[in-house]
Write a protein that binds this ligand. Structure first.
Ligand code: MN
Ligand code: MN
Length: 321
């Protein structure tokens, strides 16, 4: 079962909208090597796990749980890049001076971001193909699954490095940089697991092999050692550290399993977009929604706002039986 902390796993930098960058990031969400696949692939592998080598199940499961946060991070980044895109580059109010409110939909990017969703992320790749469960590889053979997982992380990192080179948008780059470094960490996770089963990686890792510290956003995160850590995200015990320890298979430091999950960043609700008829609440309907919220009472709401649901606190809560 799962508990959650209503926060983003990493901060998204502020910048203007960019529907082209948003569409490029769709590959990282719903593409063949995107976050929807990494989550589902590791989730099915850990759920279907057989045998006594349970530390490997814990290792795969730890990454699966993290990938949920990556889906949310990259999807929210796509939303920030799309939100307000009809006034793209700050040139106009949607619909002003003889323009149509949603004419941005005809200017490249993905028309579905304006036609099907309301300036929001979709479970598709950057060419508009819907995400497919057939991308998921879960063979039941541990060594094969680990090899496939390493290939998946390497390809994910390769594609994100390419997207980094496509855009200067700081909103896009902050998330791409974070995912490049976490893909590096996950390359280390699966490579270390295979190393524990006898593989010698030599100098092949990480893939792609180049000095990623030349990119300032990536450099900052690597200085913090984010490519050498794997969270276990467990309220009970995990055997992950039995495998993920010692020298990094990328040859760039010592691996560690922090006991606490990342602190996270508060999630903010997006603004209304009237040109999309979203959320579509008329003043009368808004009144009903406000009335429902007020039924909770101000003290209950204040108590809710006061809760800073750190992982430690939620664990304490769970242990109160
Ligand atoms: Mn990921
Ligand atoms: Mn990953």
């Amino acid at each position: 079962m799962y508990f959650c902390n209503q926060k983003l796993i990493n901060e998204i930098a502020e910048d203007g909208p960019d529907p082209h960058a948003a569409n490029a990031l769709q590959e990282g969400l719903g593409g063949q090597f995107g976050e929807m696949r990494t989550f589902n692939q590791y989730f099915f592998q850990s759920m279907n796990f057989r045998g006594k080598a349970t530390a490997y199940r814990d290792l795969i499961h730890a990454v699966a749980v993290e990938e949920i946060s990556h889906m949310e991070l990259i999807g929210t980044t796509i939303n920030r890049l799309l939100d307000g895109a009809p006034g793209f580059e700050g040139k106009s109010t949607p619909g002003a001076k003889g323009t149509t409110p949603l004419e941005v939909a005809f200017k490249g990017g993905n028309i579905h971001h304006f036609l099907v969703s309301a300036q929001g992320a979709m479970p598709i790749d950057s060419a508009g193909n819907p995400w497919s469960g057939s991308y998921v590889y879960a063979s039941g053979n541990l060594c094969l699954d680990l090899l496939y997982n390493l290939m998946l992380e390497c390809t994910g990192r390769l594609q994100k490095c390419r997207i980094y080179e496509m855009t200067k948008n700081r909103t896009a780059r902050s998330t791409i940089a974070y995912l490049i470094v976490r893909d590096h960490a996950h390359e280390n996770v699966f490579a270390k697991a295979l190393e524990s089963l006898g593989v010698d990686w030599g100098k092949i890792l990480p893939i792609p092999s180049f000095d990623a510290t030349k990119w300032p956003e990536v450099n900052q995160l690597m200085k913090e050692g984010l490519h050498l850590q794997q969270y276990h995200f467990r309220l009970d015990n995990s055997e992950l550290a039995a495998i993920f320890n010692g020298k990094s298979p990328s040859g760039d430091g010592e691996l560690s399993v922090p006991d606490e999950a990342p602190i996270g960043v508060p999630i903010r609700s997006a603004a209304e977009r009237l040109e999309e008829f979203s959320p579509g609440l008329s003043p009368e309907l808004q009144e009903l929604a406000d009335a429902a919220k007020s039924l909770m009472g101000t003290s209950a709401l204040a108590a809710f706002d006061d809760q800073k649901p750190t992982r430690k606190k939620s664990r304490e809560k769970v242990r109160l039986k």
